[in-house]
Ligand binder design. Sequence first.
Ligand code: FAD
Ligand code: EPU
Length: 317
Amino acid sequence: MSRAKTDWRQGFIDRIDCRVCLDEPLAKHTTLGVGGAARLLAFTKNEESLSEALRFLNSQAINWRVLGLGSNILVSDAGLPGAIFRLSGQLASLKLLDHGRRFIDVQVGAGLAMGRLLAWSLKQGGGGLHPLVGIPGTIGGAIKTNAGTSLGTITDRLVEVRVLRRGSIRWIAADSLAFGYRCSPFGSRQIILAARFRLPQTVPVKIERAYQAARQKRAGQPKKVRSAGCFFKNPQSGSAGRLIEQAGCKGASQGSAMVSKLHANYIINKGGASAKDILQLSQRVTRTVKQKMGVRLEREVELWGRFRPAGLGTRSK
Ligand code: FAD
Ligand code: EPU
């Protein structure tokens, strides 16, 4: 390892108050269970240490990214240079702001797991979050990807988002932001720190019923297997899963990566798949669907890092 490269990591450890893992396999931090090492994975607990860390990395021209629960990314087997942040502590906390007669206002750190917010809202009688049942990941990751289902998306109850950008932090009204189908206005240099939601007061038994119905709607999706959810966005013409099935790709495999036999828009890691296997299988699916169905699928899952061989349309985002 060259000196310049070790120096920034030591400098980071000396200056920034947070837990750090060096050369941490990202396979441990992604739902697909693949991905090489991050040079440095930092668990930042508050806005101050995160801001300080970014100042330091930017001054050293070191790349960085924010990782949620890794449920919508495919990380290269070669791993990632630079630093990766996970948001924990205050940045993954939950605070009741107001328990009014009609609404419950809640503020959550972007690193909070979706399931924690859903469980809390059920107890408190805060409705409206049922569209998010079954979506793994963090609040920050969900806002960045505008996660949702046919029942609605995370932005439906979102009031404000707290964002760190170019060294300054501010609250932004959600209705001033342009969210779309699985996309948000947030780029890779903006970090979502927290969000405020307004939930309609609802009796818990009704919420529980809505959660059950939402769970039921997901019955045809693979569970307890490694995946990143739907690999492709649905094209305007309908369901990517149906197109992939009609193109004959259900059950297709590459190494230990397989197009799920249950839901064809899920690429699963049966155990021991590489990121390369998964990417190549997804590229076969894209080609076959284009040839047989005349539809060009767009990936929903983000690629992180470099993928070889080059020239396969594998630009990382
Ligand atoms: P990650 O995958 O870690 O990151 C995704 C993107 O968000 C990256 O660009 C990352 O840099 C960015 N990001 C993360 N945190 C922040 C932050 N604080 N600030 C700025 N950027 C940030 N998705 C759906 O929409 N609907 C579904 O029904 C659904 N079902 C799924 C089912 C399964 C079994 C799985 C594995 C995935 C599913 N997904 C679904 C995909 C995924 O769970 C969502 O996209 C999720 O919201 C991603 O959150 P994450 O924290 O895991 O983000
Ligand atoms: N279908 C098939 N074959 C398959 C899969 C689906 O024919 O292999 C058919 C189903 O029978 C159904 C239709 O396609 O008639 C739609 O399927 P489904 O209800 O499973 O919904 P989807 O469009 O495949 C979308 C989201 C999911 C979300 C569900 C539930 C996308 C890309 N996918 O799936 O989100 O959970 O609706 O609302 O928008 C994700 O984004 O990661 C994700 C899982």
